[in-house]
Design a protein around this ligand. Structure first.
Ligand SMILES: N[C@@H](CCC(=O)N[C@@H](CS)C(=O)NCC(=O)O)C(=O)O
Length: 213
């Protein structure tokens, strides 16, 4: 197998790239990086990804950090099926949803951020913190998904970058006990994605390093 994915079962950014690889049918070697043991900050890992986060993809001499860069690389190297509609407005809508997740939601649930919250505000403030920051963005995505453009998935009838970003973020939201009942359009899309084999294969609990409690 020529591709190696450094990742962690419960990391939502890792989960994004696993979904992309699974949908495109690309085989890869799964290399676990245990975030709870600080392995992403080791000197060895920093030579692979200077950002010190997972995922990182290695394809021969090509080494890529950042989940969206990895997904874009996969889109270029394995064009089918594409994660983007051809129409410019539709493509922008996909990016709008994906960007809400990637830039306005993800960091609030990130382990170093939550460790900082626990240290400064107290361990019991982690869940209220995540709820506080995720709730308005979930409402934004719910509004977008209710605009009549969604098909089975966030956009149309096949998975796009929007679904690839959204589903892992919902997994994180549930971990932090965010109530998703006010978002029926999001939950409908989630149900469709969960029934898709690519999303199922990429699920955190299906990974070799998963810790099942
Ligand atoms: N923007 C980066 C974020 C990467 C990131 O922060 N990943 C998290 C896991 S979801 C991580 O590795 N955190 C480091 C840690 O928890 O120590 C991406 O999209 O790949």
């Amino acid at each position: 197998m020529s591709l190696k994915l450094y990742n962690y079962w419960r990391s939502s950014t890792s989960y994004r790239t696993r979904i992309a690889l699974a949908i495109k049918g690309v085989e890869y070697e799964y290399i676990p990086v245990n975030l709870l043991k600080g392995e992403s900050d080791s000197a060895e890992f920093l030579t692979i990804n200077p950002s010190g986060g997972v995922p990182a993809l290695v394809d021969g001499d090509t080494v890529i950090g950042q989940s969206l860069a990895i997904i874009d690389y996969l889109e270029q190297t394995y064009p089918n099926p594409s994660f983007f509609p051809k129409d410019a407005a539709a493509r922008a809508r996909v990016w709008q949803i994906a960007s809400i997740v990637a830039t306005d939601m993800h960091q609030f649930c990130n382990l170093p951020v939550l460790n900082y919250v626990a240290e400064k505000l107290g361990e019991d403030q982690k869940i209220p913190w995540v709820r506080h920051w995720l709730t308005p963005q979930l409402a934004a995505i719910e509004a977008i998904l209710s605009d009549g453009e969604a098909g089975d998935f966030c956009h149309g009838d096949r998975p796009s970058l929007a679904d690839i970003c959204l589903i892992p973020q919902l997994f994180a939201a549930r971990r932090f006990e965010v109530d998703l009942t006010p978002y029926p359009a999001i939950r409908r899309v989630e149900g469709v994605c969960q029934a898709h084999s690519g999303f199922a294969k990429a699920h955190p609990l299906q990974q070799i390093d998963a810790v099942k409690s």
